[in-house]
Ligand binder design. Structure first.
Ligand SMILES: NC(=O)c1ccc[n+]([C@@H]2O[C@H](COP(=O)([O-])OP(=O)(O)OC[C@H]3O[C@@H](n4cnc5c(N)ncnc54)[C@H](OP(=O)(O)O)[C@@H]3O)[C@@H](O)[C@H]2O)c1
Length: 281
């Protein structure tokens, strides 16, 4: 294993200090999941992203304990699935997340996708209550559009610290990023390396060769250099250090502009159909 990475910078949002680099865990299961989480933490990652829907919270908790890293030094995020957005359901689901993780609280609890079937005020009220009861240090949203962010911020009774959404160089998210900035929400980028697709991009590869970095590292640097939190996932321990070595170089303004030019409005990879679904099953 390579040398542990240095301290990971944080982004601050409404009292939350979120490490700019986290480990995504979607689709990591069983022993592989706990092993990758453990190794990531040993290497210096200090932020893990999971969700009740990923069916791996138990293994995330095991990896956390096996790493020997102090609980207080790790930022743990989980997410509530929209079928559980009715107030009582939400509280029960949050307690079940904590039981699976075997933690007393998470650092950040998110609404995984908006659910138009249940009034947002009720769901946000329940989320705020869960926070006040000490189950989550911070709360936030995921996959909310600009209009949904505006509505959520207007009615939330406790601060929302982030919106987590798909964000990488191939997708133009300028409007969503601007809305987050306007309301003081951190931007958390999921699928930040476009599910591995950035690796072969010629522009990112060329810029990387000038910095002695891979295309994937250039992509992640492009995001963190804008204070966007990244949570790349890998199932391969050897890639953990590659994805973390992004704080020892700086992209020039010209590099940043050229990478921004790769974005398109239809560059989405994750099925957005969820957000408009009438029924959550
Ligand atoms: N809120 C939401 O609705 C939502 C939706 C999607 C994702 N997320 C979160 O965001 C995390 C990240 O997004 P994601 O998992 O969709 O995609 P991602 O992190 O952009 O990409 C993961 C893919 O890239 C590959 N990869 C990782 N490092 C690499 C490297 N250095 N070089 C080449 N390929 C590499 C991985 O393969 P190997 O395993 O073979 O390395 C995997 O196939 C998720 O795991 C999850 O925690 C949240």
């Amino acid at each position: 294993m390579s040398d542990p990475i240095g301290p990971v910078p944080v982004v601050e949002a409404k009292g939350a200090r979120i490490p700019l680099l986290g480990l995504g865990t979607w689709d990591l299961r069983a022993r592989l999941c706990s092993r990758v989480v453990e190794q990531a933490l040993r290497l210096g990652y200090r932020h893990i992203d999971t969700a009740e829907m990923y069916d791996n919270e138990r293994e995330v908790g095991e990896g956390l304990r096996a790493s020997g890293v102090k609980r207080g030094d790790v930022f743990v995020t989980t997410k509530i699935w929209p079928t559980h957005f009715a107030p009582r359901e939400l509280e029960r689901a949050a307690r079940e997340c904590l039981a699976r993780l075997r933690l007393g609280e998470v650092d950040l609890l998110l609404l995984h996708w908006p659910n138009p079937q249940i009034p947002l005020a009720e769901t946000l009220g329940a989320l705020a209550k869960v926070k006040r009861e000490g189950l989550a240090r911070h709360i936030g949203i995921s996959n909310f559009t600009v209009a949904q962010i505006e509505e959520a911020v207007r009615i939330a009774t406790e601060p929302l610290v982030c919106d987590q959404f798909e964000c990488h160089p191939f997708l133009d998210q300028t409007r969503l990023i601007a809305a987050c900035r306007r309301h003081g929400l951190a931007v958390v980028a999921y699928s930040p390396i476009a599910r591995g697709k950035v690796r072969n991009d010629p522009v990112l590869t060329r810029i990387g060769s000038a910095h002695n970095k891979t295309a994937t590292q250039v992509c992640l640097r492009f995001l963190v250099q804008q204070d966007i939190v990244v949570i790349p996932r890998t199932s391969k321990v050897e890639r953990l250090s590659e994805n973390a070595a992004i704080f020892d170089f700086t992209l020039s303004d010209a590099d940043m502009a050229e990478i921004a030019g790769l974005a398109s409005r239809d560059g989405r990879l994750v099925d957005w159909a969820y957000s408009g679904r009438q029924k959550w099953d």
